[in-house]
Structures are given as structure tokens and as C-alpha cells.
Ligand binder design. Structure first.
Ligand code: BEZ
Ligand code: FE
Length: 285
């Protein structure tokens, strides 16, 4: 970068005043300040542009409530949540990759294996689906007694917490794997849905010419004693937004094709249904 003596002097002066006792805090602030000064040097914002940027952050803060965090949404929409996930949870290639938690997790009702988790109006209109798989370690040894916390949107793209027509805890379950590490439940095929667009982050997406859609998915958090827990998603193959997820959370190993079911008696499903199989491999601690 071309030397600019006054900008160099400014950066050096700011860095010299970072004297935190906590060395990690000092490292984080030094790096953030250095990158932000480099940004100003490169972009050369006008004062008006800079104030617009600060106003965007003020509006983002003012949009936050106890149940809505617009800063997390901003981080998600810039791929930063996925980047932080990657630097913290990269695992061996055979392990199930993690993916962002998103804002819609809430405590799920414990349900028995095989439970119907779709207890709202979607049960009558959406495509029934059995979701099943096995939780193992990376060598394929089954993990009995693992907990599988699942949450998903309905066929209209709504979570129970966003939709008064759904009972509390709908499309959520806390399951425990059987002696063979298996889990299964009956549900409905979820659809793609938009992230909240009525705040400043929605305005940013639209100004950037970006859509707000997330491809259809089911969230899972799987925990087993002696193993690293994983928070992840399973995505529905064929969804039109798989290649442009607004939250940048799709990974190839997490995309599953729903197949026409052929064993309704086994899953206690009458008529046509989809079979959605997803195994989870955890890393031993
Ligand atoms: C979600 O899948 O629930 C989600 C993730 C990131 C941003 C918004 C929603
Ligand atoms: Fe989601």
C-alpha cells in the first residue's frame, strides 16, 4: 500500500493506546482497528457515506429486541457467522460438518422415537415425511443415548414462534437415539423461507440486489457423551436456493434427496410419503 504519512501516524497512535491487560482483547482490537483503517484508506468514504454507515449500525441496534437480534442477522447475511463457525468447528472429513444455528432455536419438547412432530394445520396439507438416521462416531460405531434436537419450519416457511396457527413446540423435538444409535420421527417437508426483511438488514439485502431466501432445511443439534456436539442443518436437495443461501450455510455433505417412501408400514405412515435419511458422525473428544 502507498505510504500516506498522516494516515500511518494516525494508525500507529491508535494502536499505541491499546494497552488492555487481557492480551487476547488487545490482539482483537488491534487487528480490528488495523483492518478498519485499511478499509478507510482503500474506500476513501466521504463524510456523508461514513455517517450513513454509522446510522445503519444505529438502526440495526434499535431493531434488536429480546427476541430479535438484527446484528446476528447482519453477521449471517455477510457470511461472517459461517466463517466463525468454520474457524471453530472444522473437523475431519468423515465427521458431519457444522452449520450456523440461526435465530429460531428454542427448547423442544422431549418426544419418543417415531413421534409425529407436525401437530399444526400443516399436517393436513403438507407432504408427510419420515426423517431417520444413525448417530455414530467417525469410525461408524453407533452412539446409543445421543440426544437429537430438531427444529424446522412448516411447508409455508414458518416456525411455530412466528405463526399463531401452530401450537407451541410444533415441528420441534428432543429425541434420544436407541441402542443402535438410531433416531426417527414423522414430519412434513419444509419449504424455503425468507429471513426477516422488515429491518435495516432487509434494506441492505435489497439495496445489494440480493434475495433473502434460505433453502428448505431441518436444523439438528446432536450431543453424545464423550463426543463433540454438532449444530447443523440438513438441506432438501433440489431446492432452488441451495446455491444462493442468504445465510451461506449450505455444505455439500448436508444436502439430502427426499425419496418416495416404500415402507409405510415400518414408519406407520399411510399413503404416499417421503423418506429423508441423514446419518450424523461425531468426533470423539
Ligand atoms: C435459520 O435457518 O433459521 C436462519 C439462519 C440464519 C439467518 C436466518 C435464519
Ligand atoms: Fe431455519
Amino acid at each position: 500500500m502507498t505510504p500516506e504519512p498522516e494516515l500511518d501516524r494516525l494508525l500507529t497512535a491508535v494502536l499505541a493506546q491499546v494497552q488492555a491487560d487481557d492480551p487476547r482483547l488487545a490482539e482483537i482490537v488491534r487487528s480490528a482497528v488495523t483492518h478498519l483503517h485499511a478499509f478507510v484508506r482503500e474506500v476513501r468514504p466521504t463524510e456523508e457515506e461514513w455517517l450513513r454507515g454509522l446510522d445503519f449500525l444505529v438502526r440495526t441496534g434499535r431493531t434488536c429486541t429480546p427476541t430479535r437480534n438484527e446484528f446476528i442477522l447482519l453477521s449471517d447475511m455477510l457470511g461472517l457467522t459461517s466463517a466463525v463457525d468454520e474457524v471453530n468447528h472444522a473437523g475431519p472429513p468423515e465427521a458431519t460438518p457444522s452449520s450456523v444455528e440461526g435465530p429460531f432455536h428454542s427448547p423442544a419438547p422431549a418426544r419418543p422415537l417415531g413421534a409425529w412432530i407436525a401437530d399444526g394445520p400443516e399436517r393436513e396439507r403438507a407432504e408427510p415425511m419420515v426423517v431417520h438416521g444413525r448417530v455414530t462416531d467417525c469410525a461408524g460405531t453407533p452412539l446409543a443415548g445421543a440426544t437429537v434436537d430438531v427444529w424446522q419450519a412448516d411447508d409455508a416457511g414458518h416456525y411455530d414462534t412466528q405463526d399463531a396457527a401452530q401450537p407451541d413446540g410444533n415441528l420441534r423435538a428432543l429425541l434420544t437415539t436407541d441402542s443402535d444409535g438410531r433416531y426417527w420421527f414423522r414430519s412434513v417437508l419444509p419449504s424455503s423461507y425468507p429471513v426477516p426483511t422488515d429491518g435495516p438488514v432487509g434494506g441492505l439485502l435489497s439495496a445489494l440486489g440480493r434475495h433473502p431466501m434460505r433453502p428448505a432445511h431441518i436444523h439438528l443439534r446432536v450431543e453424545a457423551a464423550g463426543h463433540r456436539p454438532v449444530t447443523t442443518h440438513v438441506f432438501v436437495a433440489g431446492d432452488p436456493y441451495l446455491d444462493s443461501d442468504a445465510a451461506f450455510a449450505v455444505k455439500d455433505a448436508l444436502v439430502v434427496t427426499p425419496r418416495p417412501g416404500t415402507d409405510g408400514r415400518r414408519w406407520e405412515l399411510d399413503g404416499s410419503y417421503l423418506d429423508f435419511a441423514f446419518d450424523v458422525r461425531l468426533v470423539e473428544l
